[in-house]
Design a protein around this ligand. Structure first.
Ligand code: B1M
Length: 207
C-alpha cells in the first residue's frame, strides 16, 4: 500500500509529525493495525538497522528514526487486535540501550503479540511481577552490554524461584548475547535479530 511506503520513508528520515499523520490516516482508512506495524513501522526500522550496520546511518539518525517510530506506535494504542500471546519485554537491569529492544517489541506487536514493554533498566523482580500480572507466555530480555548480561541469568533464576517456568518461557537477545549463553543460563530461546525473535517467540507459545 502506497501510504505505508510513505510511512516507512517518514520513519527512516525521522519525520515524526509525518509518521504520526500517516499512521492516523492509514487507521482512518481502515488499514489493519498489524499491517501498519509490519509493512510500515517495523519495515522502516529494519532498513534503519541495515543502514546502521552498513555505516550509512550513525547514532543520531538511529535515535531520530526511533523517535518517529515511537510517535507512529503511539497512534496504535487502543486498537483492537486478536493477540496470539503475551510478551513482557525489557532491557535488563543496568542497561539503557533500547533501540534494538524497541525494534523487537514492534516486530512482536506486528506479528500479533500483546507486548508489555517495561522499557529499560528492568530488574529481575520487575520482570517476574509483570509476567505474573499479565499472565505472560514469554519474558523477553535485551542486553547490549557484556556487563549487564548477568542480569538475564538472575531473571531466569527469579522466574524459577517464583515457580513460573512451566508457564513462562524466556527469550533473550542483544549484540553480546549468544545461543551458548542462552543454553548456559537455561533460557528457552535466543534470537540474533528482530525478525528471528518473532519466529522464536511463536515457537515458544504453547501448542
Ligand atoms: Co552504547 N555501547 N553505551 N550507547 N552503544 C554499545 C552497545 C557498544 C558496543 C559500543 C562500543 O563500545 N563499541 C558498547 C558495549 C560494549 C560491550 O559491553 N560489549 C557500549 C557502551 C560501552 C556504552 C556505555 C557504557 C558508554 C559509556 O557511557 N561509557 C553506555 C552504557 C549506558 C547504559 O546502558 N548503562 C552506553 C550508552 C549508549 C547511548 C545512551 C549513547 C546509546 C543508547 C541509546 C538508546 O538505546 N536509546 C548507545 C548506542 C546507540 C550504542 C551503539 C552505538 C548502537 C546500539 C544500537 O542501538 N544498535 C552500540 C555500538 C554498536 O552497536 N555499533 C553501543 C542498533 C540496534 C538496532 O541493534 O541493539 O544490537 P541492537 O539490536 C538488534 C539485535 O541485537 C537484536 O535485534 C535487534 C535488531 O535486529 N536484539 C534482540 C536486541 N535485543 C534483542 C532481544 C531479543 C532478540 C533480539 O529477544 C528478546
Amino acid at each position: 500500500m502506497a501510504g505505508l511506503e510513505e510511512l516507512k520513508q517518514a520513519i527512516i528520515s525521522g519525520n515524526r509529525d509525518r509518521a504520526k499523520e500517516l499512521t492516523k490516516k492509514a487507521l482512518d482508512e481502515g488499514v489493519e493495525p498489524r499491517e501498519i506495524v509490519v509493512d510500515g513501522i517495523a519495515a522502516a526500522m529494519e532498513v534503519v538497522g541495515e543502514k546502521f550496520r552498513a555505516n550509512e546511518f550513525f547514532v543520531p539518525e538511529l535515535l531520530i528514526a526511533q523517535r518517529a517510530m515511537k510517535e507512529a506506535l503511539s497512534m496504535m494504542s487502543g486498537e483492537a487486535v486478536d493477540y496470539i500471546g503475551t510478551v513482557v519485554i525489557g532491557t535488563v537491569k543496568g542497561d539503557l540501550h533500547d533501540i534494538g529492544k524497541n525494534l523487537v517489541a514492534a516486530m512482536l506487536e506486528g506479528a500479533g503479540f500483546k507486548v508489555v514493554d517495561l522499557k529499560v533498566d528492568v530488574g529481575p523482580e520487575d520482570f517476574v511481577k509483570a509476567a505474573q500480572e499479565n499472565s505472560a507466555n514469554i519474558v523477553a530480555m535485551s542486553a547490549l552490554l557484556t556487563t549487564t548480561m548477568g542480569a538475564m541469568r538472575e531473571t531466569v533464576q527469579a522466574l524459577d524461584a517464583a515457580g513460573m517456568r512451566d508457564k513462562t518461557r524466556v527469550l533473550i537477545g542483544g549484540a553480546p548475547v549468544t545461543q551458548g549463553y542462552a543454553d548456559e543460563i537455561k533460557a528457552d530461546g535466543y534470537a540474533p535479530d528482530a525478525a528471528s525473535a518473532v519466529e522464536q517467540a511463536k515457537g515458544l507459545l504453547p501448542a
